[in-house]
Every structure is written in C-alpha cells, then in structure tokens.
Design a protein around this ligand. Structure first.
Ligand code: NAG
Ligand code: NAG
Ligand code: NAG
Ligand code: NAG
Ligand code: NAG
Ligand code: NAG
Ligand code: NAG
Ligand code: NAG
Ligand code: CU
Length: 357
C-alpha cells in the first residue's frame, strides 16, 4: 500500500513536470523510429533507395528556367541546401536547420514516393574499419552503392595542419555497384578546400550532369568518426562545446575535423562538397546520425539543453554575425515555410514525432 502510494505520487510529479507537458504535442501520433541502416531488413533498405530514386525522377518545383541544374524533386533539396549553405554550416543554424531538412526529406519520400518507412541513419563507427564491406557501401542491391572506380590521379588533400591521404576510389561508382551506379548528379561542384573558408564561393545552380563520384577513405573514417570522438562529443557540458566537437573546421591548431566533417570526408568528392553534398544519397543518413547524437545529448539534460543554441546566422560565426536566438527564422525555399529555431528544438514537438534507436 505504501509502495502503491509512492508510485502514484511519483507518477503525479512526473506528469506535472513542464518537460513532459511540452512534449505532449506528439501524444496522439505514434512516435516513429529512425533506425540504423544495418538494422533495416534488406527489403526495407531497397524500399528506401527505390523511394530516393523515385524523387530523382519526379519533376522539380523550382523552375528550371531560373535554376538550370535543378532537374528533379531530388534536386529541389540539393538546390535549397546550396542556397542556404553560407548560413547553415559552422554556425548557430547548423543543427536546427538540418533537423528540419531531414524531416522534409523523409516526408517527401513518404508522401510523394509511397515510402512506408522512416529516415535511416549511418552509425559511423560501426562500419569505419571497413566501409567497403558495410551494408551501406558494399555495392549490393540493398546498399547505397559503394566506392568509386580507382582514379590514379586522386591526390591527398592538404593544407594548414591537416593532411588527408587519398581514398580508395576517386571516380564514378561503377556499373553493377548497387542502386546508384547509374545515378546522375546535376549541380556543382563547389570547392572542396578543407582549410581556408576565407574565399567562399557563392551559391550557383548551373547544369553540370555527371556521375556519383566516390572515394571511400579509411583514414578519415577511423580517425574522424570513431567512438572516442563520439564519447567526447556526448560529454560536452554546453552547446558551444557540443557544436565544436561536432562541427569545427579543421583549420584549428591540432588539425582535427569535427564528426560532421569526418563523415563527409569519408566518402569522396560528392560528399566533400560543402554546398552540393546532398547529391550523394548517403548525405541524409550521415545527417541522421548527427541529429541522433544531438537528440540524445539534448535529452540528457532537458532543463539546460533542450533550448540551448549558440552562434550566428553566418558561416564560421564572424564577429559581425547576427546571433541566433530561439526566434531566429530559418528558410527552406520551396520545401517548407520559414521556421523559427524554437519550432525544431524537440523531435517530439512542433510537427515532429520521431525517435532514434
Ligand atoms: C516496401 O514497400 C512496399 C510498398 O511500396 C510495401 O508494400 C512493403 O511492405 C514494403 N516492404 C517493407 C519491408 O517495408
Ligand atoms: C598549425 O599548428 C601550429 C602549432 O600548433 C599553429 O601555430 C598553427 O596556427 C596551425 N596552423 C593552422 C593553419 O591551423
Ligand atoms: C571525381 O572527383 C575527383 C575529385 O574532384 C576528380 O578529380 C575526378 O575527375 C572525378 N572523376 C569523375 C569521373 O568525375
Ligand atoms: C579516434 O581518433 C582520435 C584522433 O583522430 C584518436 O586519438 C583516438 O585514439 C581514436 N580512437 C579510436 C577508438 O580509434
Ligand atoms: C562550455 O564548456 C567548456 C568546457 O567545459 C567551457 O570551457 C566553457 O567555458 C563553457 N562555455 C560556457 C558558455 O559555459
Ligand atoms: C557562444 O559561443 C562563443 C564562442 O563561439 C562563446 O564565447 C560563448 O561563451 C558562447 N555562449 C554561450 C552562452 O554558450
Ligand atoms: C534562395 O534564397 C532566396 C532568399 O531567401 C530566395 O528568394 C530564393 O527563392 C531561394 N532559392 C532557392 C533555390 O531556394
Ligand atoms: C500528427 O499527425 C498528423 C497527420 O499525419 C500531422 O499532420 C501532424 O503534424 C502530426 N503531429 C505531430 C505533433 O507530429
Ligand atoms: Cu549541410
């Protein structure tokens, strides 16, 4: 009887907590689960890549007249990302903007291409030791294709204190290598300069059809997406420290990438393109992992982390940048109406209703 009362009291306290109350906006909807690629069945993986290819066959909403490189619904996402690049990277908008972007992508796959699953993610350290043998990049019909053809001309990327040895590919994903072997990308490329962001290109939307160019990079995967770095990230005690571990640029003295850069530079030219990287079908799964880690980190301390933001609305947070607040408005072009940062701070509120395994 005493125990029963204690339990009831505890339940009362929990129910009255402002945190749970706020998160009740999701209560009438079943919380959906985003799973790791390796946790999906082969049929679920194929359903995902089929839906991605379906979006790449659908007509765009952006006018090709104004945006010549935009040839498909898939390209609407790429062009929107290109357009926002100088605001939503290495800035206070990085985490919130990409959270909404992923949701819009997942929704388009479901609503426009009949996909019945949810966004998968790529848990980097599970596969870092041998990307080529991973279910993500093993060239099987249930993968996201794999390495590019060996390009003897691919160089190491070097600058400042950072040198990244070349990867194992450097050319087109070859015939027979999974669902994106014949995939055509249309936009970019933009500079892949990894050190100096002092001379940034402007967004452009020219039509430049070419193959999906990959170079799996064992060095980057093992050095910049490993469990030590994830543990370090998750141990961050404030959002500034979290963002730094996730997303700092390598031009810092020890020349280390953030985990965000680590995933991008693990895969080769298409993913190393700061502007046009959503052209690689692995992009959304990489960002799924980033959003998952942020989600878990936020949930560890509701009071201090749920609404924590820091930085500006400009790439690399220059001193003159406008500081972000929860009322800062983010833009999504043809994909969505503008959203305040506040709206996206919880995966179970504001129209979101998802969790990660
Ligand atoms: C794959 O998608 C089809 C509909 O396109 C659906 O009927 C089927 O259940 C899906 N398979 C899995 C494993 O989700
Ligand atoms: C490289 O490292 C040295 C020593 O840590 C530092 O002084 C220098 O500023 C770094 N260079 C760059 C480009 O980060
Ligand atoms: C792939 O990208 C590399 C690096 O930008 C480039 O040198 C190479 O020409 C590209 N290969 C193809 C076939 O597009
Ligand atoms: C992860 O990488 C960092 C630096 O790149 C290194 O110091 C650390 O030992 C690595 N950890 C593991 C588990 O490989
Ligand atoms: C964030 O945490 C780091 C590491 O503990 C600390 O050095 C820094 O002062 C903190 N920043 C703020 C704004 O609390
Ligand atoms: C925001 O980040 C800057 C460094 O980029 C740091 O100096 C400042 O203390 C941070 N503020 C908060 C409230 O975290
Ligand atoms: C790019 O951003 C500008 C300014 O917000 C907007 O007018 C334009 O429609 C956007 N274009 C795309 C492709 O999103
Ligand atoms: C609940 O589902 C409805 C219909 O699918 C959707 O319109 C609404 O945004 C969802 N609400 C939340 C909080 O997820
Ligand atoms: Cu991005």
């Amino acid at each position: 009887m005493i125990w029963f009362t204690v339990v009831l009291l505890l339940l009362g306290v929990v129910n009255a907590s402002p945190f749970l109350h706020k998160h009740h906006s999701c209560e009438n909807n079943q919380t959906t689960i985003r799973r790791e690629w390796g946790q999906l069945s082969v049929a679920q993986r194929i359903n995902y890549t089929d839906a991605v290819k379906c979006l790449a066959r659908k007509p765009p909403r952006l006018p090709t007249k104004d945006y010549p490189g935009v040839r498909s619904r898939f390209d609407d996402f790429v062009a929107t990302h290109i357009n926002q690049t100088l605001k939503v990277h290495y800035s206070g908008l990085f985490l919130p903007w990409h959270r909404r972007f992923l949701h819009l992508w997942e929704t388009a796959l479901r609503d426009e291409c009949g996909y019945t699953g949810y966004l998968p993610y790529w848990n980097w350290p599970l596969w870092a030791d041998d990307l080529k043998k991973s279910p993500l990049f093993d060239c099987s019909s249930s993968s996201l294709s794999g390495d590019g053809e060996y390009n003897p001309g691919e160089q190491a990327l070097a600058g400042g204190n950072v040198t990244i040895p070349r990867g194992s590919g450097g050319g087109c994903v070859p015939k027979g290598c999974g669902p994106f072997a014949d995939f055509e990308v249309h936009l970019g490329p933009f500079s892949r300069n990894i050190v100096s962001l002092t001379e940034l290109p402007e967004p452009k939307f020219d039509y430049n059809p070419r193959c999906l160019n990959r170079s799996l990079n064992h060095f980057v995967a093992t050095h910049y997406t490993n469990t030590t770095l994830i543990d370090n990230l998750m141990a961050a005690t404030n959002i500034t420290q979290f963002q730094t571990a996730m997303d700092h640029w390598p031009a810092r003295p020890d020349g280390v990438f953030g985990l965000h850069g680590g995933g991008h530079f693990s895969l080769g030219a298409a993913m190393q393109d700061l502007f046009a990287s959503p052209q690689d079908p692995a992009f959304m799964l990489h960002h799924g992992m980033i959003d998952r880690l942020w989600t878990n980190w936020q949930a560890q301390d509701e009071k201090n982390r749920r609404y924590a933001v820091n930085g500006t609305t400009t790439i690399l947070n220059p001193p003159w940048g406008q500081k972000v607040t929860l009322d800062t408005v983010m833009e999504f072009g043809v994909l969505d109406r503008p959203r305040r940062i506040r709206e996206v701070m919880s995966p179970t509120a504001g129209g979101f209703c998802y969790t990660y395994t």
